[in-house]
Write a new protein. Structure first.
Lengths: 395, 395
């Protein structure tokens, strides 16, 4: 007398959560300073000062009824206008408030987009390994089939040989997550152009559009000279899903949006479908106070120095020890090759013998790699290095 | 190349929104003081002072990374414990944190509950007219059939003759919304006991539980000596959905919960299914700052004096003019009989001739009645009385 599928989903702990939970328990036993937890992607730098100043100001000075009242379903028009203005300044995006739909975080943004596009269970949405494990639930919610394209383990750009074989007449969308969770890799302009050509040719062949769903919460988390290309400039039929979880360090506040760019085919129809799908998941009128905060802080930039220091320290230390990984240019993740190719065994051993918590890549579609989240303290990284050394020495 | 069902949902303006939007436009033309808008259920009393004080204090003094970081999917344990303690104090509910699942408002709470209970499209969820029109979308999302039981227009308690005919072996749940939107009626203990007996007998006959889904955002909005019975004391298989939208005047902040009481059959299984269904709608880790606010303010009581004054003024004035309605003991709605029984025509005429915005009951399952939301200023009510008078005189 209850839904079996959801029982399964509700009782399966994600591998990320499993390691995280172990760490919390272990810390009670051996002390938090002796547990090296690289499992979770919770930002470790505080929100920009303006965020908390704005919250205080609004709570103190703004009319409470207006501040905490319902916005319209898509979010306050003033908030959507501020988002559009910011996109236009940065990318000359041609964005307008009526093509932005604010959501309770990026997770429902992706769910809503999948549901808006999918019409039947024959439809297929392609995800590119390595990918965020929850994608199976997120895009599965649309009723479409989720198809996985294996990773190109040379550089974690796109495996075009596999992608060409996987796209078919049932393909309605390809999910692009760059900067990527878990690899930290940023897709190059060359990669995206090659994908755009392939999708255009296939869309023409099949007689229907194939959309890119761009999952971009890490867009602003990019280091050095690397640039994240603006995908609609390369491929018109792109729908962008975003949140401020990472860029403003507000993951708990659940505010994101979907943007249907003007160049997107059937854009008005898709936007209407988003509105409808949002009703079915109940992600309407997202958190009102935080909308007002983002309206004011949309131009704030994250302070990336701490992440970048962590990235350099960890990358240099681990590669010097002999670990192999693709160059992590963005987000706050590294995806490291397990010394003997079995990341599940490596992760278990690291946890049990070294109190070192990393997440095996199995759920990400790459069982030979493990993920490190380096949104942690530099101190912890330094303390953890002997554990990494002991691990690789044991192989 | 997009989902037709969602296109329909996304392009259909709710009747409530239609009248509300007309009012906004009309106000530009004739002045806001000459539009009498009773269409929307947005609380008009501010949040208790402690709410905004707590927000300021947290933004100023609390660690930003912790404040705005992800909570676990079900919400902070400390928040859920505070909710459980409050339920236990007030209702001796036997509540524990591990049976409370916090959601992004009551809307996803209801969607998640429907999905958790429904297994096939033969399953049926019963809603009792008059009902919140969005129930069709909310419970339809589960894939189950939504069955409507016609209203008992004598007093807007439950129409047991119709309910008895509608419950069948496919019935998995009955939705109870008391204090009721749109009637403002509170179901009596007698009504609920009668329903409990009926459901128990049928559950036994069919060999499976029939759940009550108690949609209770208006629980604290009740006037005079009237009490809202605590349903799990009357019927064990009750699942409670709640939000602070109305009681703390925080509708825009999107925080609610689902509570599976200890006496509920298969409660652990249902709770696990809720967890799973929440993943499929992406309503996980609800707004973190507001969780902390509720943790502190869960015992705050709404200042009902303003609503009560409005209620008395409107009820006395309208009944004196000859309008008929059931006694509105709770929420901030009245459900008034259209003078000639055609509320759609009445509402159109009131809008066009008097700038008086009321919502016809068609979508609520009662086409002979219109809804008034009296969460407005007392001044507006006084100014609107001649318009109500002119309307009834014209029949």
């Amino acid at each position: 007398m209850a839904n079996k599928k959801f029982y399964g989903l509700g009782t399966t702990l994600s591998p990320i959560r499993k390691f995280f939970a172990y760490g919390l328990e272990k810390a009670k036993e051996v002390g938090a300073e002796n547990v090296y937890d690289f499992s979770i992607g919770n930002p470790s730098i505080p929100a920009p000062a303006l965020v908390n100043e704005t919250i205080e100001d609004l709570a103190h000075n703004y009319d409470s009824v207006k501040l905490h009242g319902y916005s319209v379903a898509a979010g306050h028009e003033s908030t959507r206008r501020a988002i559009a203005d910011n996109l236009n300044e940065r990318f000359n995006a041609g964005a307008t408030a009526d093509r932005i739909f604010c959501t309770c975080g990026c997770n429902p943004a992706l769910i809503i987009t999948g549901k808006a596009l999918a019409e039947s269970e024959e439809d297929e949405i392609i995800v590119l390994a390595p990918f965020f494990p929850e994608y199976r639930v997120i895009f599965g919610a649309s009723g479409a089939q989720v198809r996985v394209v294996a990773a190109d383990e040379r550089d974690f750009q796109i495996n075009f040989g596999e992608l060409e074989k996987t796209i078919c007449k049932n393909t309605i969308a390809v999910v692009v997550n760059s900067p990527n969770n878990p690899s930290g890799v940023v897709y190059t302009e060359e990669t995206l152009k090659k994908m755009a050509e392939l999708l255009k040719a296939r869309a023409e062949e099949y007689g229907h559009p194939i959309y890119i769903i761009a999952d971009e919460p890490y867009r602003e988390l990019v280091y050095g000279e690397v640039k994240v290309p603006y995908i609609p400039d390369i491929y018109a039929n792109t729908i962008i899903c975003y949140s401020w979880s990472k860029s403003l360090s507000l993951p708990g506040e659940r505010l994101g949006y979907i943007f249907v760019p003007p160049q997107c085919e059937d854009g008005d129809v898709i936007y209407a479908c988003l509105r409808g799908a949002a009703r079915e998941v109940g992600s309407v009128c997202p958190p009102a106070l935080i909308q007002k905060v983002v309206e004011k802080c949309v131009g704030c930039e994250p302070d990336l120095a701490a992440y970048d220091e962590n990235r350099q320290l960890l990358y240099d230390s681990l590669t010097e020890m002999g670990y192999e990984m693709a160059k992590p240019d963005g987000a706050f993740y590294m995806f490291v090759k397990a010394p003997n190719g079995d990341a599940a065994a490596f992760s278990e051993k690291a946890m049990k013998e070294q109190n070192l918590l990393v997440v095996p890549g199995t759920g990400f579609g790459c069982p030979g790699y493990f993920r490190l989240s380096y949104c942690v303290s530099g101190d912890m990284i330094r303390r953890s290095l002997p554990a990494f050394r002991a691990m690789i020495d044991s192989y």
